[in-house]
Design a protein around this ligand. Structure first.
Ligand SMILES: C[S@@+](CC[C@H](N)C(=O)[O-])C[C@H]1O[C@@H](n2cnc3c(N)ncnc32)[C@H](O)[C@@H]1O
Length: 300
């Protein structure tokens, strides 16, 4: 089973797939995401716009599992929830059409919880039904896997020739890792918040304590560092209250310490790319489950 990583971003799915399943190609139109991907990963990465992508181009890649994390703004309140009427949903409608044209063996999708019940969701489900796929879907969060970070997301897995299920989570067998294990030993001084900022947003900030072994931080979104509230937690340590560094947010997403963002990326762009990515341990579990359950093909 070989993966085509659609909407690859910085390659969260490829990082999760390492040692599990081969990734044969990745597609994303964004220059900085592409740059970051090729900086860290060896798989062929194409800077293509998926809107109207020709079926032959996807067929030529020869993947049997299409992983996709389409843009989530059409399904969020902040993005106005315009669903299929949002221009940012157009590429996903193309991808649904390409599923109908090419019928890859397996599909996996990650998106915000608001995707569930959307018109885009209904359209995808209708095509999967037409193609005879068996489907499982639901919400999963890395905090249910012992990671001290919330990132509740909707996942869908589908297979044409086998029954696949999302992995059962929470998993009581996974030990909880305290937040302290994800923190930089020497955080940059520029991360600390001024007294004026703390006064202004007092009561509205989510602040977790570095010494709290049970602390769980909120989901870090692409607006973290730009939007003062509802974009992720702040950290209280021995020095003061600060933002989490980019390397700490990457670690909380499950990226290895060897993963590097290109030096020429602005902080804002880097935060955006990282906030758009996904939880590597959750996706790794899902890939394991698809690989183990799909097994040999049982019917043409
Ligand atoms: C939610 S992010 C996915 C992030 C990815 N899972 C990761 O690990 O970084 C959505 C991605 O879709 C890409 N994208 C949006 N519209 C696209 C289009 N029309 N064609 C190709 N890529 C697109 C964006 O550049 C962004 O990287």
């Amino acid at each position: 089973m070989e993966i085509l990583e659609l909407y690859a971003g910085i390659g969260g799915c490829a990082v999760a797939a390492a040692g599990r399943l081969p990734v044969i190609a990745a597609i994303d139109q964004d220059e900085a995401a592409h740059h970051t991907y090729v900086h860290n990963l060896d798989h062929p990465a194409h800077r293509w716009n998926l809107v109207g992508v020709r079926p032959e181009r996807l067929a030529a890649l020869g993947a049997s599992l299409w992983w996709m994390s389409p843009p989530c703004q059409p399904f969020t309140v902040r993005g106005r929830g315009r669903d299929v009427d949002d221009a940012r949903c157009q590429s996903f409608l193309t991808v649904i059409d390409r599923i109908e044209a090419l019928w890859p063996d397996a599909i996996a999708l990650e998106n915000v919880p608001g995707f569930a019940g959307s018109r885009a969701h209904a359209r995808l489900r209708a095509v999967l039904r037409l193609g005879g796929y068996q489907v499982d879907e639901g919400l999963r969060c890395p905090s249910e896997l012992g990671v001290p970070n919330r990132r509740r997301r909707f996942y869908l897995v589908a297979h044409r020739h086998a029954e696949v299920r999302l992995p059962p989570i929470p998993d009581p067998a996974v030990p909880r890792r305290p937040l302290s294990g994800y923190l930089d030993p020497e955080p940059e001084g520029t991360l600390y918040l001024s007294d004026a900022f703390l006064q202004r947003y007092r009561g509205a900030l989510s602040v977790v304590d570095a010494r709290d072994r049970l602390a769980i931080c909120e989901c870090f979104t692409s607006a973290y560092g730009r939007s003062p509230v509802h974009a992720g937690s702040y950290l209280r340590d021995d020095v003061g209250v600060r933002r989490f560094s980019i390397s700490e947010t990457l670690a909380l997403l499950g990226f290895p310490a060897t993963f590097r963002l290109p030096n020429d990326l602005s902080e804002g762009k880097a935060r955006k790319l990282v906030g758009n990515s996904l939880s590597v341990p959750v996706v790794a579990r899902i890939l394991d489950t698809i690989r183990d359950m799909a097994g040999p093909r049982v019917a043409p």
